[in-house]
Design a protein around this ligand. Structure first.
Ligand SMILES: NC(=O)c1ccc[n+]([C@@H]2O[C@H](COP(=O)([O-])OP(=O)(O)OC[C@H]3O[C@@H](n4cnc5c(N)ncnc54)[C@H](OP(=O)(O)O)[C@@H]3O)[C@@H](O)[C@H]2O)c1
Length: 268
């Protein structure tokens, strides 16, 4: 049965966002899907509509690594008279390289996409979300948010921002007695998506069992949303253990382990 709630998913054209769109459609959420590749979004909309007919799916192409993109997206959604119950800030990119050799334009786009657009969308939609009894902001961070990651220095720092921002916002909203909105920060570990190829990385250097599928991470995200609790949620037992370890190990040892792993991932 239709649930009359609307969710915006950024980065819905592939990977975790794509799988989340399919799962949330099955839960009968109305969907607003965005990414740069419009053809992919059209195809996803059509494939969902082939089996589920009682939800509304709206798609927008937007490059969230550019100035004013978050504003444009907000305006387009409001022009359609849509209000959000749930915002899923999922779109993100990485870059695996030695910082001294990194492309500055790539780094700027990453900071814009992973930090600035996520922050602006949260700010634009916070009133919608606070006014909804089912309101939630879901920020997709990463286990990279738990410690510095050599060779992905900027990416890990953007994800540390996402976690810190999410926790601070959660605490602010707890003070507001009328607020029912939840702030959830999801931390996936290594997940088999287009992320790695786009980030100049190859996860095949990692041991079996270390790599999750995008379906698994999407299911975990949906389950966490349904539990209705704010906070940080790490996907997988191994990732939870590693996140804990990064807090108890001396920083230089944790960073050295991180560097060892990242060297196995870099495409040469
Ligand atoms: N894969 C992992 O191992 C892993 C681990 C931890 C966290 N994460 C996080 O999970 C999230 C989803 O990534 P994924 O693994 O599912 O990777 P993915 O398959 O590469 O998906 C990324 C999504 O973001 C969109 N996107 C990328 N650049 C964009 C831009 N400039 N403007 C608008 N949309 C853009 C992409 O669509 P278009 O290309 O069509 O724009 C795509 O839909 C990211 O935030 C990532 O940091 C991934």
């Amino acid at each position: 049965m239709k649930n009359n709630k609307t969710v915006l998913i950024t980065g819905a054209s592939s990977g975790i966002g794509y799988e989340l769109a399919k799962l949330l459609a099955k839960e009968r959420y109305d969907l607003i899907l965005t990414a740069r590749r419009l053809e992919r979004l059209k195809h996803l909309k059509e494939s969902i509509e082939a089996t589920i007919s009682d939800i509304k799916i709206t798609i927008f192409s937007e490059d969230l690594s550019t100035e004013h993109a978050a504003e444009d997206l907000f305006k387009k959604i409001k022009q359609e008279n849509l209000n959000l119950d749930i915002l899923i800030n999922n779109a993100g990119m990485g870059d695996l390289s030695y910082f001294s050799e990194a492309n500055i334009e790539t780094l700027s786009k990453m900071i814009h996409l992973n930090i600035l657009s996520l922050t602006k969308l949260s700010r634009f939609f916070i009133s919608d979300i606070k006014n909804s009894p089912a309101g939630a902001i879901i920020n997709i961070a990463s286990t990279a948010s738990f410690q510095p990651v050599p060779l992905m220095a900027v990416y890990a720092a953007t994800k540390a921002y996402v976690k810190s921002f999410s926790l601070a916002l959660e605490t602010e909203l707890e003070e507001d007695k009328n607020n029912k909105a939840k702030i959830i920060c999801i931390c996936p570990g290594v997940t088999q998506t287009e992320f790695f190829a786009n980030a100049n990385a190859n996860p095949l250097g990692l041991p079996e069992g270390f790599i999750a599928s995008s379906e698994e991470v999407a299911k975990f995200t949906l389950k966490t949303i349904q539990q209705g609790k704010s906070g940080v949620a790490v996907h997988g037992k191994m990732n939870s253990a590693l996140a804990l370890l990064s807090r108890v190990l001396p920083a230089n040892l944790s960073n050295a382990i991180s560097l060892y792993i990242m060297k196995k991932l870099i495409r040469t």
